[in-house]
Design a protein around this ligand. Structure first.
Ligand code: SAM
Length: 292
């Protein structure tokens, strides 16, 4: 630990570095001591919205100069950043909230700075997706971070259909004015039986983490306008966890049931698909029933 700190001090004095610094996603105290050290000591901070970052800096009594880097001036700002680094200065990159380049600008700057031969040092911290996953209770160790689904219904449905068979927890960001229609599409396309976690206003005053099935999600949102306010992370259980909804589960069981009694077919289907025994058992009974 001490060694790492000493190393960073040396590097800061001698070498131009771009620090990629995570900032809080709501609660201003969710910032690391190291992030504060870096923001204090760099020559400039490249920020998405300088007014928002200024509020954070003022809270911690940091007066470092800010440079605006947003999607409309990113290329120009990249040049400015590289000339500062070329002149031996150090720079921090932040976004409005959370980790830069995660559903936020920053990737272009980072890749240009790397191509220019300067050092990139990440300073990790808050991220809404990881915060939601950690508090979700979803046990699948694998997840797919999708970020924002497309805003237009056709494109969104297409994107969801492409994710429907994946056996990983699906992680989405969504805006409040689209949360209901988005969950409606998820219900239709991914299947109403899957568990969904709606994580709203994480780390803020009105934080809430609601768990239900996709079929129950829209009625729950519609029951109270407050449930549709604020910032959202939506986590949807992967296809494998709800294998009885998927074509894979159904096809596997159908084949096995042609040759084996229900219990044996379910035992094998659990092994083959990784699905839940009780779900596959129910599905087997209904498939058996359909055949009679
Ligand atoms: N870079 C950020 C990160 O590391 O999480 C994400 C920025 S993205 C532009 C903003 C979206 O992240 C919001 O629309 C929302 O979906 C999600 N988000 C950010 N803060 C959140 C919070 N406190 N609670 C829930 N979702 C949040």
């Amino acid at each position: 630990m001490e060694h790492a700190e000493a190393h960073e001090q040396t590097r800061r004095k001698g070498e131009a570095t771009l620090y990629v610094v995570a900032t809080p996603i709501g609660n201003l105290r969710d910032i690391s001591l190291r992030a504060l050290d870096v923001l204090k000591s760099v020559d400039a901070i490249a920020a998405e919205d300088t007014r928002i970052t200024r509020r954070l800096l003022d809270h911690y009594g940091i007066a470092t100069r800010l440079i605006a880097v947003h999607e409309h001036n990113e290329r120009r700002a990249v040049k400015q950043a590289i000339s500062l680094l070329d002149a031996g200065r150090s720079l921090a990159l932040v976004c409005d909230a959370g980790t830069p380049a995660i559903s936020d600008p920053g990737a272009l700057l980072v890749s240009a700075v790397r191509a220019a031969g300067h050092t990139i040092t990440p300073v990790p911290g808050a991220n809404a997706a990881i915060t939601a996953l950690a508090a979700s209770g979803l046990e699948n160790p694998h997840f797919l971070f999708f970020g924002f689904p497309p805003a237009k219904p056709g494109a969104r449905r297409h994107a969801l259909a492409a994710l429907a068979a994946l056996p990983y927890t699906l992680v989405f960001y969504e805006a409040p004015h689209r949360i209901t229609e988005c969950l409606q599409d998820m219900n239709t396309i991914l299947g109403g039986a899957r568990r969904v976690v709606i994580a709203r206003e994480l780390t803020k005053t009105f934080e809430s983490i609601h768990v239900s099935t996709l079929a129950q999600a829209v009625p729950w949102l519609e029951a109270d306008p407050n449930r549709r306010r604020g910032e959202f992370v939506v986590l949807v259980e992967g296809a494998a966890a709800s294998i009885s909804d998927s074509r894979e589960g159904r096809d596997t069981l159908e084949l096995l049931l042609e040759e084996l009694p229900v219990r044996k077919a379910v035992d094998l289907a659990v092994k083959l698909t990784g699905g839940r025994r009780n779900e596959l058992y129910k599905l087997a009974l209904s498939l058996k029933g359909n055949r009679k």
